[in-house]
Design a protein around this ligand. Structure first.
Ligand code: ADP
Length: 629
């Protein structure tokens, strides 16, 4: 019999498979089952219009036949089969579709990933088999053919005996090595679990003969065994079932099994889309962040299926970063099983799906926020920070989408866990209130205690308490909400005073110009200015900032290892009503040294109030003692 050569490209692909160092060789089974299912699809389709086919719908199936003695695994289908020409065409030449276009400059390493993630078809059999034999009889043909290959050397085609229509693929498994126990693929449990893992939702039954032992009737210790053909796949995936057939328990159990998360998910989103692109989706919002969620190791993504066949474990392109906590499945009939990662990234259908997924997650979260605040707070505690990063990242491209999902601590809260949305804040704003006020600090208690926050509260206005590092950056990105600007109570003009008050303060400031100059000099460039302020009610001093960087932002930015150090433009503000102001004015005339000392003390106090560290605690403490004795 004449040995035929593989076409050059096929040969390269084959070579790749044979020398694959890829650890997930197991996917060969998924590929062969998927081919079998396609072949059955074709004949099934035919049978709808052609009575000659003579196979009933429920007779279509795929069978796995492990044979330990012969060391073979056979995959049998009663699908459409192949003619001699088709054998030649399909298995001798690589189809020039998507992933099949292998560039010669591709190295083995680059390709191993593709092997793992995507269908590579029939040739993947060579990852586990030294000989592959295909026995097939096409529907409507009298002759059956056998295609046989031991790899790159080539293949043979010959006629053979086969009465039924369909295809058998016989794999003679490679010898076991230290690294790979190929004989595992003959074990019932292994085949079972592979079918469950990759092909559970194939429409046709995937069967295997299993042997059960049981007591012989009428005896007490004699066993007999019988074999039966068992179906290994469940066929209808939960996401393709009708919503009203399913209970919360069904959804939760599936979640647990699929994603190995034993905490009940917060909610699921189950939907089917038809239109620009057709797909089923089942998404979950977990109740807790996985242990690695806030680390670099965490990988976002949804499981991607093409017509019931899993093609990618974590498709990152389906989820925006701000919703990276979502887990779930997308199953689309519009995607090809053999699409490569590069192509997937540019796939129009996939982009449409990703857009729709994002929208539906947003809608669902909005709904939760409006209907079940308690649960939303639970969600917020687990993943809120991710949404805030989402607002901030990408120069705020997603801020409009996300701003209504944000929660904040606020002075309006009556209990620790009570949060407010921006919309709620605005709805409570006083008529004459110009700004949305906030203060940033380490904790709610600290924020609440800041003098400037007290003043705003005393005027009957609400203050947001920002306790996360990212908070203020996110608000800077949003800039204004419903035309109300955000205002840090520790920076700039709070807009709380009348014009008369303002000019009165300015007069006072001008009158004390000499004092402030002397104080600023005493602080030796640590502050940009000293001035009187209407921000203070009872306290004598506070530290505020001018410009874009607040004191809190300075803290955050300087804590990052990579950033250059930044400094907010610090302003030391004095309370004109506080007796210390008079003392200072007197000292300007009588004792400049003491004025300098007091200025230092006041500055250090202001730092402490802000939750910042003072430069020289020992000197500070000495100065206080000196005052006491
Ligand atoms: P793909 O399935 O992506 O086209 P494969 O390399 O897996 O690529 O298979 C090549 C072709 O061989 C298939 O398109 C199909 O026409 C044919 N083929 C493979 N397996 C079978 C089978 N079990 N029955 C009938 N035809 C098959």
């Amino acid at each position: 019999m004449e040995q035929k050569q593989f076409q050059a490209e096929s040969k390269r692909m084959l070579d790749l498979m044979i020398h694959s160092i890829y650890t997930h060789k197991e996917i060969f089974l998924r590929e062969l089952i998927s081919n079998a299912s396609d072949a059955i699809d074709k004949l099934y389709f035919r049978s709808l219009t052609d009575e000659q086919v003579g196979i009933a719908r429920d007779e279509f199936h795929i069978e796995l036949k492990p044979d330990k003695d012969a060391r073979t695994l056979t995959i049998i289908d009663n699908g459409i089969g192949m003619t001699a020409e088709e054998l030649e065409q399909n298995l001798g030449v690589i189809a020039h579709s998507g992933s099949r276009v292998f560039k010669s400059e591709n190295t083995l390493d680059d390709n191993t990933d593709i092997i793992g993630q995507f269908g590579v078809g029939f040739y993947s059999a060579f990852m586990v088999a030294k000989t592959v034999t295909v026995r097939t009889k096409a529907y409507g043909s009298d002759t059956a053919y056998e295609w046989r290959s031991e790899g790159v050397e080539g293949y043979t085609i010959d006629t053979c005996d086969k009465t039924s229509v369909g295809t058998e693929i016989i794999l003679t498994l490679l010898d076991d090595t230290d690294d790979e126990k190929y004989s595992d693929f003959l074990e019932e449990y292994r085949l079972r679990s592979l079918v469950k893992k990759y092909s559970d939702y194939i429409r046709f039954p995937i069967c295997m003969e299993v042997t059960h032992e049981h007591l012989k009737e009428g005896t007490e210790d004699e066993y007999e065994s019988h074999t039966e053909l068992e179906t290994l796949n469940s066929r209808t995936p939960i996401w393709k079932k009708n919503k009203n057939e399913l209970t919360d328990d069904d959804y939760n159990q599936f979640y647990r099994e699929k994603f190995f998360d034993y905490t009940k998910p917060l909610l699921h989103i189950h939907s089917r889309s038809e239109g620009m692109v057709t797909y089923n989706s089942l998404l979950y919002i977990p109740a807790k962040a996985p242990y690695d969620y806030y680390t670099k190791e965490f990988e976002k993504g949804l499981q991607l299926y093409a017509s019931g066949v899993m093609i990618m474990e974590k498709c990152a392109d389906l989820l925006p970063d701000h919703f990276s906590f979502v887990r779930g499945i997308i199953d689309s009939e519009d995607l090809s099983l053999n699409i490569s990662r590069e192509m997937l990234q540019h796939d129009r259908q996939l982009k449409l799906i990703a857009k729709a997924v994002e929208k539906s997650i947003k809608n669902e979260l909005t709904k939760l926020l409006n209907t079940n605040r308690e649960q939303y707070v639970e969600f917020w505690k687990a993943f809120g920070i991710q949404l805030k990063f989402g607002v901030y990242n990408g120069f705020g491209v997603n801020k409009d989408q996300l701003q209504d999902l944000l929660l904040f601590h606020s002075s309006a809260a009556e209990e620790p866990d009570q949060f407010t949305t921006l919309a709620e804040y605005v709805s409570r704003m006083r008529e004459d209130q110009k700004y949305i006020y906030y203060v940033a600090g380490e904790s709610v208690t600290r924020c609440a205690a800041l003098p400037a926050a007290e003043l705003v509260r005393d005027k009957g206005m609400e203050v947001l308490y920002l306790t996360e590092n990212v908070d203020e950056f996110a608000l800077k990105m949003i800039a204004s909400y419903q035309d109300k600007e955000f205002k840090n109570v520790s920076a700039g003009d709070l807009g709380l005073e009348s014009d008369e008050d303002k000019s009165a303060l300015e007069e006072k400031n001008n009158a004390a110009k000499d004092l402030f100059e002397a104080m600023q000099q005493a602080l030796d460039g640590k502050v940009k200015a000293v001035r009187l302020s209407s921000r203070l009610k009872n306290h004598a001093v506070c530290l505020t900032s001018d410009g874009q960087i607040s004191l809190e932002m300075e803290k955050v930015l300087n804590a990052m290892p990579t950033n250059e150090k930044v400094q907010a433009e610090r302003i030391l503000e004095l309370n004109p009503e506080h007796p210390i102001f008079e003392t200072l004015q007197t000292l300007l005339q009588t004792d400049k040294d003491k004025l300098a000392q007091y200025t230092q003390l006041l500055y250090q106090q202001a730092l402490l109030i802000e939750g910042m560290s003072i430069e020289d605690p020992v000197a500070f403490s000495k100065m206080i003692c000196a005052l006491m004795v």
